[in-house]
Ligand binder design. Structure first.
Ligand code: NAP
Ligand code: MG
Length: 502
C-alpha cells in the first residue's frame, strides 16, 4: 500500500484490551492430509481422464503460500470438440430418455457422496482458492450438496415445475464458471442441467480447477454414464471455444460482465440459449431506525465474506446521515477484530486473495480512492507478509463519482456513502450499471416494501445479507446479466417448454 490509512480508533481507546486479547490466540489448523493433491490432472471427457491433445498444461497455485499445487491439462479447440461430441453421444444415447426418477437417483448419489467427503472438498477448496475453511466447510460444500439434493427432487416432477407446459431437455449445455465459488458454482450449474435431462461440458476457472476435477471423480464413482458430465480445464480461450461451439445448445456463464458481453456478441443470431450471471455492485442501505449491532454484522458478512470475492457482495454501504457517524465508528472497531490469514486456520475470517492479478486490482482501486481524497480505514494489525492478502478496508468520504463507488472491486473493500431521504437512498443505490443484489436495514416493514420495489436488483435482502437457498431463484438485471439459477425459474432455463398437447 502506498496510501496511509487511518488506524481504527479502537486500537488506542477502550477496545485496546480486547484487541490485545484478540491478538493472543491459539491457531486451530485444519489437517491437509485428508486431501491428496496429485501432481498432474487431465481433462475428463467421455468418462475417462486424459491429457490435452496438444499436451499443454497450466499450473494452479495455493494463494495463501504461493506454492505450486498441480499441473492441469489445458484444453484446446480439439479437446472442446471431443467433449461436446461425448456429451452429444451421452445425450442421444440414453440420458435424455431416462425416466426422471433414474436421473434423480444419480443426483442423490452424487449429493450423498459429496456429503461423505465434505471435509476433503472443503480443505481442497481452501487450498486451491484461498477461502477460509470455516466458509468452505460451513457454506460452500453444504450448499453445493443442497443444490444437488434439491434438483434431484425435481428430476421426476418437471411437469409440476411449470404447470400446463410439457418440458423437454435442451441437449448439450456448455457451462463456464469463475474462481470465487468453484465447487458451489459447479453444483449450481450441473445439478439443474442433469435434473432436466441435459448433458454437460463444464469449464472451471484457471486458478481453481481442483474441486471441479474432484467432483468429476465423484461423479464417476456415482456411476453416471460416460459423457454426461465432461470437464475441460483451461484459460479463457477454452471458455470462448466452448461458448461458441456449434454443438452446444445452451451456454450458462457465470463471470465478469466484460466476458459476458463477449459471449452475448458471439452467440447473437445463433439461437443458442444463454444465461449470464455477471458482476455486481450491491448496495447495503441502512436507515436510521435499524438495529445497528445487527447491521454491523450484516455489513461485515456482506463485504468481507470470501474476501469480498462475491458477485452479490454488499460492496457499497449507503447509510442515513443521522446514524452514519455511529455506524462507521462501530464498523471501524469491528474490522480490528477480523482475523486475516491462513485459510486453513478455523479462526480465520478473511483468507487469501485468489490471485496476484486480483490483488493488484484491489490495491489499484484503494490507491485510486486515496488519491481522490477518500478516507481509508484498515485494521492496525499487520496481515501476513507471505502469500496474497489484503486487509479489510473501509473507504469513506466519497462523492459518488469515484471508480470505487461505481466499479466492482471484488475484494474486501467497502465504499461508504450517506443519504438523507428514502428517495435519495434509492437513487444512489440504482446509480450503477449493475443490478444483482441489495440489502435494506430498517425496523419498518413498509419501508422495506417501498424501497425494495424501487431498487433495480435481482435479489433484495431485508435485515440480512448473503442468504442463499436452492429453492430461491438467484440472478441479476441490467449489466448483472439475465436468467435465474435455483427455484423453479432456474429449472425453466434448462428446459424447452411447450403448452401441453401442442
Ligand atoms: P471472468 O474473467 O469473466 O471468468 C469467468 C470464467 O470465464 C472463467 O472460467 C474464465 O476462464 C472464463 N473466461 C475468460 N475469458 C473468457 C472468454 N473470452 N470466453 C469464455 N470464457 C471466458 O470472471 P472472473 O474474474 O473469473 O470472476 C469474477 C467475476 O465473476 C466477477 O465479475 C463476479 O461478479 C462474477 N460472478 C458472478 C456471479 C453471479 O452469479 N452473478 C457469481 C460469481 C462471480 P479463466 O479463469 O481461465 O480466465
Ligand atoms: Mg489455485
Amino acid at each position: 500500500m502506498t496510501t496511509t490509512p487511518h488506524r481504527a480508533a479502537g486500537a488506542d481507546s477502550g477496545t485496546a484490551g480486547l484487541a490485545r486479547a484478540f491478538a493472543e490466540y491459539v491457531p486451530s489448523i485444519e489437517a491437509r492430509d485428508v486431501v491428496t493433491v496429485r501432481p498432474r490432472y487431465g481433462l475428463v471427457i467421455d468418462g475417462a481422464e486424459r491429457e490435452a491433445r496438444e499436451g499443454r498444461v497450466f499450473a494452479t497455485t495455493e494463494p495463501a503460500t504461493g506454492a505450486h499445487l498441480a499441473d492441469v491439462a489445458e484444453a484446446g479447440d480439439g479437446d472442446v470438440d471431443d467433449a461436446v461430441a461425448a456429451a452429444r453421444r451421452a445425450y442421444e444415447g440414453g440420458w435424455r430418455d431416462l425416466p426422471g426418477r433414474a436421473r434423480a437417483k444419480y443426483l442423490f448419489r452424487i449429493a450423498r457422496l459429496l456429503q461423505d467427503r465434505s471435509r476433503e472438498f472443503a480443505v481442497l477448496e481452501s487450498i486451491d482458492g484461498g477461502k477460509p475453511i470455516r466458509e468452505s466447510r460451513d457454506i460452500d460444500v453444504p450448499l453445493a450438496a443442497a443444490h444437488l439434493f434439491h434438483h434431484a427432487g425435481w428430476a421426476d416432477k418437471l411437469e409440476y415445475a411449470v404447470p400446463g407446459m410439457s418440458a423437454r431437455p435442451l441437449g448439450v449445455v456448455g457451462q463456464i464458471i469463475p474462481w470465487n465459488f468453484p465447487l458451489l458454482m459447479a453444483a449450481w450449474k450441473i445439478a439443474p442441467a442433469l435434473a432436466c435431462g441435459n448433458t454437460v461440458v463444464l469449464k472451471p476457472a484457471e486458478t481453481t480447477p481442483l474441486t471441479a476435477l474432484l467432483l468429476a471423480e465423484l461423479i464417476a464413482e456415482a456411476d453416471l454414464p460416460p459423457g454426461v458430465v465432461n470437464v475441460v480445464t483451461g484459460p479463457g480461450t477454452t471458455g470462448a471455444a466452448l461458448a461458441a461451439h456449434p454443438g452446444v445448445d445452451k451456454v450458462a456463464f457465470t463471470g465478469s460482465t466484460g466476458v459476458g458481453k463477449a459471449i452475448l456478441r458471439a452467440l447473437a443470431g445463433t439461437g443458442t440459449r444463454l444465461t449470464l450471471e455477471l458482476g455486481g455492485k450491491g448496495a447495503n442501505i441502512v436507515f436510521d431506525d435499524a438495529a445497528l449491532d445487527q447491521v454491523v454484522e450484516g455489513i461485515v458478512d456482506g463485504i468481507f465474506f470470501n474476501q469480498g470475492h462475491v458477485c452479490c457482495a454488499g460492496s457499497r454501504l449507503l447509510v442515513q446521515e443521522g446514524v452514519a457517524g455511529e455506524l462507521l465508528d462501530r464498523l471501524r472497531r469491528r474490522i480490528e477484530l477480523l482475523r486475516v490469514g491462513d485459510p486453513l486456520d478455523k479462526n480465520t475470517d478473511v483468507g487469501a486473495i485468489n490471485s496476484s492479478a486480483q490483488l493488484e486490482r484491489i490495491r489499484g482501486f484503494v490507491e485510486g480512492a486515496a488519491a481522490e481524497g477518500c478516507r481509508i480505514d484498515q485494521p492496525a494489525r499487520a496481515i501476513p507478509s507471505e502469500g496474497l492478502f489484503f486487509p479489510p478496508t473501509i473507504v469513506s468520504g466519497l462523492g459518488g463519482s469515484e471508480a470505487i463507488a461505481r466499479e466492482e472491486v471484488f475484494g474486501p473493500v467497502l465504499a461508504v456513502q450517506t443519504f438523507r431521504t428514502e428517495a435519495e437512498a434509492v437513487a444512489k443505490a440504482n446509480a450503477t450499471a449493475y443490478g444483482l443484489s441489495a440489502g435494506i436495514w430498517t425496523e419498518k416493514g413498509s419501508r422495506i416494501l417501498w424501497t425494495s420495489q424501487r431498487l433495480r436488483a435481482g435479489v433484495v435482502w431485508a435485515n440480512c445479507f448473503n442468504q442463499f437457498d436452492p429453492a430461491s431463484p438467484f440472478g441479476g438485471v441490467r449489466e448483472s446479466g439475465f436468467g435465474r439459477e435455483g427455484g423453479r425459474q432456474g429449472l425453466a432455463e434448462y428446459l424447452s417448454l411447450a403448452p401441453v398437447g401442442a
